[in-house]
Write a protein that binds this ligand. Structure first.
Ligand code: ACO
Ligand code: ZN
Length: 433
């Protein structure tokens, strides 16, 4: 999904980032001869200004339009030797990277016009919910809201601050900026304790920490266990530092989410693979204790080394199982990321079409919603996108030809890891005291 042309281009999968970036030398050779006037124009152009649009050679050896987000001097280089942090306007921001001048096609500087970036930035409208959240934390009013939007915008356009993290047995390339406290921003790599999620700047600090940290699983209650898979519920109010650490970590892989949230208001559902060394986090989702908008999930993340193995689907299914126990319908908080939308679309499609396939006789959207805890709007958009809704005799009806259902089900992919509801021991959140 990282390339515009190929929705399933495996080579562009973000998890491959590290393989591509590690130790690659840029052996690009400029083959066209440079004439005198071009050389002059080029030197007057350099260093390129932030905001410049130009074509850049990407890992597929093709040139793609980019926007320069930031620049920095090359240590021990000449006065015009800069590296550029670029955003590929056709690709997701997780592929933003530092590139060398040789990768840029300077001849294209004047010709590349691509408004996509601007469009994206201005269309980053906050959901009403986010606005309300900000309003609540900054009561000063509208000037403050504007400042908050501005900060949020700045955060979206920022250069990645932390390049890699170490977490348990994995070293992971990060995807996005995360607002760590300023004293951490001069480190390219951070070392996380995989159990309490405290982070440190140096490996020795982590080693010392691991000797005294006595956690072997997330703090909180184990509410589900099936085989080696466990889910822990962590109350952000009771485990504030853990909740905050988790948010800093998660933001490295979530673009459109802000950390204005007060962790007190959230429960964190942390999924772990357990062995004799402890319970290792593979992903999580957060959920508001009370949601007026019937959100049953705020943020969802599968850590990159564990992605595309079905954990995301498991987390989504789990969030709906909780909603069923609450006797409510639910929906994920918007906006959804590209990967989030893909995962949800897949989940909704599978769950709804499985029912339609087995069901005899008429069924309404309301009934589907009651059975699945999926919000009616999400059911409607899913069925509409599959063209299963038709307008007949003045009303909308679901048309479920078994052959068509089978085709869609096949396209929706594997079901993934199943949630075994008999192993979920949980009661909905109740305010204490
Ligand atoms: N390219 C193409 N399709 C993909 C990709 C990808 N890189 N990743 C997921 N999908 C689709 C596939 O259809 C996949 O099913 P398949 O493997 O059977 O084809 C399906 O989504 C889900 O796959 P899972 O393995 O169950 O999901 P995963 O564990 O990878 O987690 C998640 C999905 C949570 C969205 C993960 O990609 C992630 O953490 N991304 C970064 C954070 C993020 O964007 N979160 C959602 C934000 S929206 C919100 O929080 C409300
Ligand atoms: Zn620890």
């Amino acid at each position: 999904i990282d390339t515009p042309n190929n929705a399933d281009n495996d080579s562009a999968h973000p998890a491959d980032n590290h393989r591509h970036l590690a130790g690659e030398s840029t052996d690009f050779v400029v083959t066209q001869p440079e004439n005198e006037s071009y050389r002059k124009r080029k030197s007057s152009m350099l260093p390129l200004e932030v905001g410049t649009r130009v074509l850049c050679r990407w890992r597929d050896s093709k040139h793609h339009p980019v926007k320069v987000i930031e620049r920095r001097r090359v240590p021990s280089g000449g006065p015009n030797d800069y590296e550029y942090y670029v955003h590929y306007t056709e690709f997701n921001r997780r592929l933003d990277e530092w590139v060398k001048l040789e990768q840029l096609d300077l001849k294209s500087v004047e010709t590349v016009v691509d408004e996509k970036v601007e469009d994206k930035v201005t269309s980053l409208k906050m959901t009403r919910h986010q606005k309300r959240k900000i309003d609540e934390t900054h009561v000063e009013g509208h000037e403050e809201l504007d400042a908050a939007s501005l900060r949020e915008h700045e955060e979206f356009t920022k250069v990645k601050n932390i390049a890699t993290i170490e977490l348990g047995r994995y070293e992971i390339e990060t995807w996005y900026f995360s607002p760590f406290p300023p004293e951490y921003n001069d480190s390219l790599k951070l070392y996380f304790c995989e159990f309490c999620l405290n982070f440190m700047k140096r490996p020795e600090q982590l080693q010392r920490h691991m000797k005294k940290c006595d956690l072997k699983h997330p703090p909180g209650d184990e509410i589900y266990r099936s085989g080696t898979l466990s889910m822990f519920e962590v109350d952000g109010k009771k485990n504030k530092v853990y909740g905050q650490n988790l948010c800093y970590l998660a933001k490295l892989f979530l673009d459109h989410k802000t950390l204005y949230y007060d962790v007190d208001l959230f429960l964190f559902y942390v999924l772990c693979e357990c062995d004799d060394r402890g319970c290792h986090m593979v992903g999580y989702f957060s959920k508001e204790k009370h949601s007026e908008e019937s959100y049953n999930l705020a943020c969802i993340l599968t850590l990159p080394p564990y992605q595309r193995k079905g954990y995301g689907k498991f987390l989504i299914a789990f969030s709906y199982e909780l909603s069923k126990k609450e006797g409510k319908v639910g929906t994920p908080e918007r906006p959804l990321s590209d990967l989030g939308l893909l995962s949800y679309r897949g989940y909704w499609t599978r769950v709804l079409l499985d029912i339609l396939k087995k069901h005899k006789g008429n069924i309404s959207i309301k009934e589907l919603s009651d059975m699945t805890a999926i919000k009616a709007e999400d059911i409607l958009t899913t069925l509409q996108s599959l063209e299963l809704i038709q307008y007949r005799k003045g009303q909308h009806v679901i048309c479920a030809d078994p052959k068509v259902l089978d085709r869609h089900l096949k396209a929706a992919g594997r079901g993934g890891l199943e949630v075994d509801v008999s192993k979920l021991i949980w009661t909905p959140y109740k305010e204490q005291g």
